[in-house]
Design a protein. Structure first.
Length: 132
């Protein structure tokens, strides 16, 4: 990714627990959505990756730190930055922010896999080039 990608997110009731606090796994959903939209912003929809290129990107490893809670009706920003790229692997740094306040941060490793074999495969050159 040539730059940082930011996705605005509003916290809905369905994202929260009984105390109106965002449930911990929902942050991962927000990050997944941001990575998907970052790829889309480069011209690569998930359906195209699957149907035309025969690949998927799957999470291999994830390290997350929860720092402060988000709550119902918050306006958040999910910030996504590509910090590493190898033949089959992308490494992202992601954070979820409320204004200038960082709530959550994560490092996410995503592997490109062949849809038929479900084994690692090279990231297509057109995707690599758009991210450099």
């Amino acid at each position: 990714m040539k730059q940082v990608f930011t996705l605005p997110i509003r916290v809905y009731y369905e994202d929260t627990d009984a105390g109106s606090v965002v449930y911990h796994s929902q942050y991962l959903n927000f990050m997944e959505r941001a990575r998907t939209e970052a790829l889309r912003s480069l011209g690569f929809a998930q359906s195209e990756l699957r149907d035309k290129m025969g690949i998927l990107f799957v999470v291999r490893a994830l390290e997350v730190q929860y720092q402060k809670p988000a709550v119902f009706d918050d306006e958040l920003s999910v910030v996504t930055e590509l910090i590493g790229m190898r033949r089959c692997l992308l490494t992202f740094k992601q954070s979820i922010q409320r204004g200038d306040e960082q709530l959550t941060q994560a490092t996410v490793e995503v592997v490109c896999v062949d849809i038929e074999k479900f084994k690692p495969t090279s990231i297509p050159s057109e995707i690599r080039n758009s991210m450099q």
